[in-house]
Structures are given as C-alpha cells and as structure tokens.
Design a protein around this ligand. Structure first.
Ligand code: NAD
Length: 512
C-alpha cells in the first residue's frame, strides 16, 4: 500500500511538466494570479501531490484574449488542415498514454486499469473521430428555393468557446469539450475542476506539441465562482459549454443567458436500471454491479436505481449484494484493485451522509461504511446496496455520485417504466429483457438521452451523449456535438439582375 509522503515518479511521471504553473495560455504554461492556491490531492492517501496558484480574473481575460487572437487563423484553416492537426494530436496522445493514465489515476483515485483501458483510449479515439468529422460538415444542398435566387447554407465556427468541466472524468470531459469545438474551427478556454486540472493541462500541451497553433486551446485552473463565472460572463466568449451538476448548471445558464451566449449543458443523472421478469438474472446482476460501481459510482450515467419485477426481486438483491462483496477496494496503482476511493474525503463524507440518512427509512443490505485497515487514510467507501426505500425518498431521487445502488420492486411493466421516469433527471437508462416487444417499448418510453438494452454504461465516439429533462441539453461526442459548435448562415444570391424587383411592390405600390 502506498503510504502518505512517498509519492513516487512511478505514480506521477509527468510531475515536472507542471513546474511553471497550472494555467495554459497562448501555448505556454503560467502560474495563476489570484493570490490563492489550491492542492491536487491523492484521494487514496489524502496526501497533497501538487499545489498551484489559482486563476484570477486577469488570467481568464488573458486566456480569452489568446483564444480570440487565434480564432481568425484557425477558423480559416481548411477542414483538411484541421483534420491533419487533430490526427497528429491523436498520435501524440497515444505516445504519452501512460503519463495520462497515471496522472488521471493519481488525481482522481481511479484504478490504473480503468484509466489505461477506458479514459485514455477513449480520448485518443475521440480525437481520431473528430479529425475525421472536421472534414464531414453536412448541410442542405444549394438550390433555387425562391425561383429568383440561389440559396445555400454556410456552417461557420462560433468564435471563442468557454467550457467548464467536472472532476469525475477530467481527461474525457476535456476531450468532449475541446475536440468538437476546435474541429469546427473555434478556439477554446477550458476550466477544469479545481481538484483535477492535471490531465487537462497535459492535453493542452500535447495539442501544441502536435502543431495545433498557440491560443487555440487554453486552460484556466480556477474556482467555479471565480474563474468559472468570469469565463461564462465574458463578453468575448460566444458559447458556453458546461458539464457538471444541475445546481451549478442553473447558475451557469443564468449568467450565459444574460450575455446571450449559445449554451450547451450536460448535467446530473440518476439512471434507472429496469429488470423485467424474463431477464437473464445473472447478466442483470453483473450488469448492475459493473454499472453502479464504475469509476466508484462517480459517473453521470451510473446505474443508481434498479427496478426489478417482483418474481426476480429477491434473487436479484441477493446475487447483486454477493457480487458487490467480491469487488476489491485498494490502491489505484495496484494491479489487483477493482475499485478506488472517491475523489475526495469531502465527497466520501457526502456520499456516506446519504446512506446514513437512509438508515432511518431503508435497509442497507451490504456496504454502507468506509473500510478500515490500510485503506483508512483514503477516501474509500464500500460498495453499497440499499432496499426498502420509498420512491419519493432522498436516496431514490437525489444524485449521490458514489458506489450506491438502490433496488426497488415493481409489478406491472407500466409501473416499472413509470417509476424509472419518476425523477427530475433523464440522462441514461437501461432495460433488461429477452422480449423484443418489451425492449422496444422501453426504448420508446424511457425518457433519457441514452437507453441500453441488456447492458449499461458503454459509450462510443460516433454516438451522441446528452440528457433529457434536468440532465440538460446538447450532445457530446458524435456528429451531433460537432454541429453544435457551428452556426448556420443562409446566403441568398439574386439571379435576375432586375433593378425593380417584383416584391418591391410592397414598398413602391404598383409603379414600375
Ligand atoms: P459541479 O457542478 O460542482 O462542478 C462542475 C464544474 O463547474 C467545476 O469545474 C466547477 O469548478 C465549476 N463551477 C462550480 N461553480 C460554478 C459557478 N458558480 N460558475 C461556473 N462554474 C462553476 O460538478 P462536479 O461535482 O465537478 O461533477 C459532478 C457532476 O457532474 C454530477 O452532477 C454529474 O452528474 C455531472 N456530470 C455530468 C455529465 C454529463 O455528461 N451529463 C458528465 C460528467 C459529470
């Protein structure tokens, strides 16, 4: 077990690259000027691994100015040139994959197998996808929609995009924000979460090393109310793209609306997992454990509420609890570890608070505590399964963002789908059945931006990710996301060369 104070180059090989500070503006690292500092902490030990000066308002202004200065040149690059640059970027990311995986594991507490097999390859694949998308803008065909004119549509970049990301998948969130924006010819200022700036900084550095011009991608590492609000309200930022909680999303929307910006909001989730009575019980139990515990449950699409049709309910609870108990908590860097800590001790205590309050009205079947022993100093929490909670209780309705699954029974198909839809959120959902008609109905009736059948969690670069209801609007990944970072211009050419046109009668009367 890694002990506090023994942070090694093996855990943090890229450490030297942060020596000049945690801002990245106009192609160069810099310290922040707010006069305040913040620590990146290894949540598996509680040890501080990097302290940096937070961005102040002048750092945000400098980053926006750099993005603004870079915009005309980058917007004028041909799609092929932007695509080439993104392909080189993907190659640099692949060369540095291990540095990214270790920095991400260190700052988030994610098991190295997760960052090596999911976060980093997913990001490289996204980069390659948007390299292709850069050459594939779609639009209506030009034509004579009015007999006297030729009309066509130009899709143009929007300008400087200001993006704000959460801490749960810092590298992937940076990629989902940055890549469609720059592929479409925009420039960007990204604010990562205060806890986890390291891989966003490595990402921006890799882009410059791949030949993406200085100022196209800028990073400001600062607080939400400080640097974040400055970025959202900045008059030279044309679009705000935010991923985070619904509560902060509301605040961001207010500020962005006041300055009339295009807005893209990817917010919280509370995904249902609906098991019909003909489902493969073993597949559903395995899927529920993996879907609830991935990234220690800090996943906006994680399975959080399992609704199980009465005939399978008892067996599902028993099997799922037993499988949860086989998951090995441990040092994120140890090969045998399945589950790391939560991102911070404060967040662990928040998760524990939800479970402790639920004891008054529900049953904690397994978990519900922090482990002791070697793991005592880390922000760990055992995989937790809760039953007996009412549909309107806090543990069923609120986003916990930890390794906690609530299981509830249902009788009719109507009831299962109704309960699944009964939270403010609508990011993702899954249904488990071998019956094609039930599956079809679930895909139609579940109110969520993604519905899986007989699986829960997989995502893919070509397909959109985004919410319904209080989970926000706008899509990440896919051609849908790429389009959101463009604006449409109608161009209309007169084909007649007539001086007094027919429609001028509305102004000149019948005089010719
Ligand atoms: P958060 O809302 O607390 O913070 C997200 C970001 O917003 C951080 O960078 C933070 O510094 C910034 N921020 C905070 N206050 C701000 C303000 N007043 N103005 C501007 N920016 C501000 O979320 P979190 O705790 O970092 O992340 C977890 C949340 O993110 C969960 O709700 C999760 O569901 C959501 N999430 C959603 C998706 C999705 O695709 N829908 C993906 C990942 C995470």
């Amino acid at each position: 077990m890694h002990k506090p104070g023994t942070d090694t180059p093996e855990r943090f090989p890229a450490r030297d690259r942060f020596a000049e500070g945690a801002q990245f503006v106009a192609g160069r690292p810099a310290p922040g000027t707010s006069g305040r500092t913040h620590a990146v902490t290894d949540p598996s030990t509680g040890e501080e691994v990097y302290r940096y000066e937070l961005a102040g308002e002048s750092d945000v202004d400098a980053a926006v100015a750099a993005a603004r200065a870079a915009f005309p040149g980058w917007a004028a690059a041909t799609p092929g040139e932007r695509s080439d640059a993104l392909n080189r970027f993907a190659a640099v990311l692949a060369d540095r994959a291990e540095d990214f995986a270790r920095a991400e594991s260190l700052q988030c507490g994610k098991p190295l197998k997760l960052t090596r097999e999911f976060d980093v390859p997913g990001t490289i694949d996204n980069t390659a996808f948007f390299a292709g998308a850069a050459r594939q803008l779609q639009g209506q065909s030009a034509g004579e929609y009015s007999g006297d004119h030729t009309s066509y549509v130009r899709r143009e970049p929007i300008g400087v995009v200001g993006s704000i990301a959460p801490w749960n998948y810092p590298l992937q969130m940076a990629a989902w924000k940055v890549l469609p924006a720059v592929a479409a010819g925009n420039t960007i200022v990204l604010k990562p979460a205060e806890l986890t700036p390291l891989t966003s900084l490595l990402f921006a550095r890799a882009a410059v090393d791949a030949g993406i011009p200085d100022g196209v991608i800028n990073i400001v590492s600062g607080t939400g109310p400080g640097a974040g609000e400055r970025l959202v309200g900045h008059p030279d930022v044309a679009m705000t793209s935010f991923t985070g909680s619904t509560a902060v999303g509301r605040r961001v929307a207010e500020i962005a609306t006041a300055t009339v910006k295009r807005l893209h909001l990817e917010l919280g989730g509370k995904a249902p997992f609906v098991v019909f009575d003909d489902a493969d019980l073993e597949a559903a139990a395995n899927g529920a454990v993996a879907g609830a515990l991935i990234n220690t449950g800090q996943d906006c699409t994680a399975a959080t509420r399992a609704y199980v049709q009465r005939p399978l309910y008892e067996a599902f609870v028993e099997r799922t609890a037993a499988l949860m108990e086989t998951v090995r908590l441990g040092d994120p860097f140890a090969p045998g570890t399945d589950l790391g800590p939560l991102v911070s001790h404060a967040h662990r205590d928040r998760v524990a608070g939800f479970v402790d309050r639920a004891r008054a009205y529900a049953t904690v079947v397994t978990g519900g505590e922090a482990p002791g022993g070697d793991l005592r100093s880390g922000a760990y929490y055992r995989p937790t399964l809760v039953t007996g909670a009412a549909q309107d209780s806090e543990i069923v309705q609120s986003e916990i963002f930890g390794p906690v699954l609530v299981v509830l029974p249902f009788d009719t198909d109507d009831e299962g789908l109704r309960l699944a839809n009964d939270t403010p959120y609508g990011l993702a959902a899954s249904a488990w059945t071998g019956n094609v008609y039930r599956a079809q109905r679930a895909t139609r009736d579940l109110r969520a931006g993604c519905v899986w059948i007989n699986d829960h969690i997989p995502i893919i670069s070509e397909m959109p990710h985004g919410g319904y209801k209080a989970s926000g609007f706008g899509k990440d990944m896919s051609a849908y996301s790429f389009e959101e970072y463009t604006q449409v211009k109608h161009v209309m050419f007169d084909n007649t060369a007539v001086v007094r046109k027919d429609w001028h009668r509305t102004v000149f009367g019948d005089r010719h």
